[in-house]
Design a protein around this ligand. Structure first.
Ligand code: SAH
Length: 376
């Protein structure tokens, strides 16, 4: 197939803000920044104090930081930025899913989805880019094209905005405790491995014990299959901390070339070879996502080929029935057909979970992000 595929990492940078946004920095970088911007050496605990204010208490500004000297608060206000995303709208689904529509300083829209778990906790699906450079034919975000990478603070602020929302909801309902975000998946808008450094730093901030303290083992980064970035991930300490999901979505190169043109650059064999480099650890399996498309990848023969491809790996397969939207030329298979595929895979010995669409009535399901967010 002689299709032209964008394979270079997106080069467009994050717009340069006037002042350093301190929400971007871990305690060590905060200490270095403070040392550089203070007339005399700041107290040793100052960076940790600031970090807790920003990441544990989600302070809106320096004024509320009651254990910092008043003069220091005023001085820092003039020096650094504490900008946050702007929460535009919250859409609620009948199944409890909420979609947060957020805006960046330059007015670009991004989306983040909160999905209730069985136990009062929530899984948040976060975005890593505005738009996406990949051209997966079943995905709505692809139709936006690539706009830019998100900064670290823009990634973590999605979680903090969602925590703020849960807190406001708890107060409104008179609940004793707000809901807690326990799990994160980088499955929102964008290709997280195209924005590797920012995503990695966001994970470091979000897992920090003095911040949101989300457990690394409850974080999953999902990739469409950027082989060099997966190889980098496999060598990185990040792979010991968070899980990896791969959007496989087909069992032959012919079909994968068609639905995910990135496959014409790195085919299934190259992709799986890279995934095999990721260190296996007791706690977690690699996940393969498999968007089920009617008459494209949902046959018995596909189930058999899926087993041949990944059957020897410690992995789980998440089957996601396609969520239709106007930009994609595909259909969701009937529920009988979906069940048949799942049962077939299980009978062959694969560990398979069927993902029922959540929040599809508010355009928050997989592959629907950015449909109506005003970016297009
Ligand atoms: N770029 C990353 C993360 C975003 S996509 C990746 O490709 O993994 C998150 C998941 O949603 C992927 O597994 C993708 O295959 C799936 N997805 C995309 N569009 C979909 C759609 N219309 N219906 C169902 N799943 C979809």
């Amino acid at each position: 197939m002689d299709q032209v595929v964008a394979i270079r990492p997106p080069a467009r940078g994050i717009p340069r803000a006037g002042a350093q946004n301190l929400r971007d920095l871990d305690p060590a970088d905060l200490a270095a920044w403070l040392a550089q911007h203070s007339p005399e050496p700041p107290p040793r605990h100052r960076a940790d104090q600031l970090f807790r204010w920003l990441h544990q208490r989600r302070a809106p500004d320096f004024a509320v930081m009651s254990d910092l000297p008043a003069g220091e608060r005023t001085r820092l206000t003039g020096l650094a930025s504490l900008a946050r995303l702007h929460l535009d709208a919250v859409l609620r689904s009948h199944d409890g899913t909420r979609k947060l529509r957020l805006r960046t300083a330059e007015g670009a829209a991004l989306e983040s989805v909160l999905i209730p778990n069985e136990d009062r906790g929530y899984t948040q699906c976060v975005s890593s880019q505005i738009g996406c450079a990949l051209t997966c034919r079943f995905c709505a975000t692809a139709s936006l094209g690539f706009q830019r990478n998100l900064a670290t603070w823009e990634i973590v602020d999605q979680v903090y905005q969602a925590q703020d929302l849960l807190e406001r909801e708890a107060i409104a309902e008179g609940a004793e405790y707000p809901g807690r975000i326990t799990n994160l998946v980088f499955m929102g808008m964008g290709e997280p491995l195209h924005n590797y450094n920012q995503v990695k730093r966001a994970v470091q901030l979000l897992t920090h014990a003095h911040g949101a303290a989300i457990a690394g083992r409850r974080i999953t980064i999902s990739s469409s299959g950027l082989v060099p970035a997966i190889e980098r991930f496999a060598r990185d300490e990040l792979a010991l901390e968070v899980g990896l999901a791969i959007s496989l979505n087909a069992t032959t190169d012919a079909v994968r070339d068609e639905v995910m043109p990135i496959n014409t650059r790195w085919n299934i064999a190259a992709l799986l070879a890279a995934v095999r480099l990721v260190p296996q650890h007791r706690r977690r399996f690699v996940t393969f996502e498999y968007v089920l498309l009617a008459d494209v990848n949902d046959s018995d023969a596909d189930a058999q080929r899926l087993l041949d491809l990944v059957g020897d790996m410690r992995c789980q397969v998440n089957v996601i029935p396609f969520n239709p939207h106007p930009h994609a030329p595909y259909r969701r298979p009937s529920s009988t057909r979906v069940q048949r595929f799942v049962h077939r895979c299980r009978a062959l010995g694969l560990l398979v979970y069927l993902r029922t669409p959540r929040g599809d009535d508010i355009g928050a399901a997989c592959g629907q992000l950015a449909l109506e967010s005003g970016n297009a």
